[in-house]
Design a protein around this ligand. Structure first.
Ligand SMILES: *[C@@H]1O[C@H](CO)[C@@H](O)[C@H](O)[C@H]1NC(C)=O
Length: 438
């Protein structure tokens, strides 16, 4: 696969769709099982040669226990029905290990398969340990084996079995590091099972555990936070409260620090969440500040759009970048479903900011730029106002739209600067046509 990531943005007219593909960068902070959905998405998009994607998949799979999947891909890539000896042997090895581990945890799984037994367990794990040992002969070795069995199942791609064993492991184990790693595994399994309620709950639990671990080396803390943010993308872009949760997590000091030090490309996802989430306009200022600080580390059409609009007050530039955003979102696994919402909100942003800078817009002139008649333009503005998307009043007598005070959290010095600039060249028409279509 071509290498990608924080490439220099090209002139804001034509974009190479691969230039902004973050798959390789994001994959570095994911469990390899979580990379499969991304590769699957890329192969649907046909951005890369199919063979490259299949080879990348095979390379990943060879490090897991998903032998049957590996066989399929091997056969597809090599146009053969043969199964290589190495994979036959590997499958036997995987099955044998699974049986051995299942044997080791049999007393526990028997115990857990009885709901009456499970009810006997208490909150206090040490108490449970003593109880399990004395009543059922279940010791720490078997609890450990439960962890290994969960992991082995996970590697086999049996995520439901993994999730269940990890859940039980966490309720029985007193091993602090392993409990954290079991929770990482549980989050991954939830995601791969597409159980986003459970994933959200487990993700927040994991965050709490990581936040408590202030004795870990700083580098490790940074890495854990960066990983958590990457994994969270699966959850946040699939959960109904995801945009809020994303903003809350990414803008927390210690997470923002991790983002700025190790994962500047995550700014793309934070930007999308902020633009889409109309109730969180108060964080726009923070976002714009970070985009500005990181502009030499990371830029893409989304961050450039925001920077042009709120730092440079360059409406033409913002509009040109916005035109490229559509394709970037379309080719981003996490963002493709948010494309319409983003484009719609971003166009309104652009228009609102323009209006605010002007304070007053002549309806006839606006209608002219839009290529609409005055009445239709007025109706449209009235609708925007009614839907609380534009804080303005129409002065029918003067034939103008008059902006009301503060709707955006953008900084006033910028607006002053923008008012001083000639913003006449801004081609409103494209933006407005976009809003109208939406
Ligand atoms: C997953 O593991 C469970 C428990 O061992 C088993 O019952 C189930 O058949 C497995 N599923 C698959 C698809 O292998």
């Amino acid at each position: 696969m071509a290498s990608l990531g924080a490439a220099e943005p090209a002139a804001a007219s034509s974009a190479d769709p691969l230039q902004y593909d973050l798959t390789t960068v994001v994959a570095k902070s994911l469990d390899r099982h979580l990379v499969f959905p991304l590769l699957e998405f890329l192969s649907q998009k046909q951005l890369y040669p199919a063979e490259d994607i299949e080879s990348a998949k095979l390379e990943l799979i060879e490090k897991t226990n998903m032998v049957d999947y590996a066989v399929d891909i091997y056969q597809g890539l090599n146009q053969t029905d043969e199964v290589p000896d190495s994979l036959v042997a590997r499958r036997q090895e995987v099955v044998n290990k699974l049986r051995t581990l299942e044997g080791q945890v049999k007393t526990i799984t028997d115990f857990l398969s009885n709901a009456d037994n499970v009810r006997l367990l208490k909150q206090d794990k040490t108490q449970n340990q003593a109880f399990l040992q004395s009543e059922f002969g279940i010791g720490p070795d078997q609890v450990d084996a439960l962890y290994h069995l969960a992991k082995w199942n996970f590697e086999c791609g049996n995520y439901s079995a993994a999730a269940e064993y990890l859940h039980h492991y966490r309720s029985l184990s007193t091993h602090p590091d392993r409990c954290v790693s079991a929770l990482w595994g549980k989050v991954a399994a939830d995601i791969l099972l597409q159980d986003f309620e459970a994933a959200m709950e487990d993700l927040l639990k994991l965050k709490d555990l990581l936040d408590l671990d202030t004795f870990a080396p700083v580098v490790k803390q940074l890495q854990s936070r960066s990983w958590l943010m990457h994994w969270s993308l699966f959850v946040f872009f699939n959960h109904e409260n995801g945009m809020n949760a994303l903003i809350d997590l990414f803008l927390q000091d210690r997470y923002l620090t991790a983002l700025q030090l190790t994962g500047q490309h995550l700014l793309r996802y934070l930007s999308i969440a902020v633009v889409i989430n109309k109730r969180r306009r108060n964080v726009l200022k923070d976002l714009v500040r970070v985009i500005q600080q990181e502009q030499y580390e990371y830029r893409d059409p989304i961050t450039e759009f925001l920077r042009c609009l709120f730092v440079e007050a360059d409406f033409d530039g913002a509009q040109a970048w916005l035109a490229q955003c559509e394709e970037v979102l379309d080719n981003d696994f996490f963002l493709v479903a948010a494309k319409e919402a983003f484009m719609d909100a971003a166009r309104t942003f652009l228009f609102e900011t323009y209006c605010r800078v002007h304070q007053q817009i002549d309806l006839a002139e606006l209608a002219g730029q839009l290529g609409m008649d005055r009445e239709a333009t007025e109706k449209w503005i009235v609708n925007l106002i009614r839907n609380a998307r534009l804080n303005a009043k129409i002065d029918a007598k003067a034939g103008t739209v008059v902006m009301q005070t503060e709707t955006l959290g953008a900084n006033d010095a910028l607006l002053e600067k923008a008012r001083g600039l000639s913003v006449r060249t801004f081609s409103l028409a494209n933006t407005l046509v976009g809003i109208l279509k939406a």
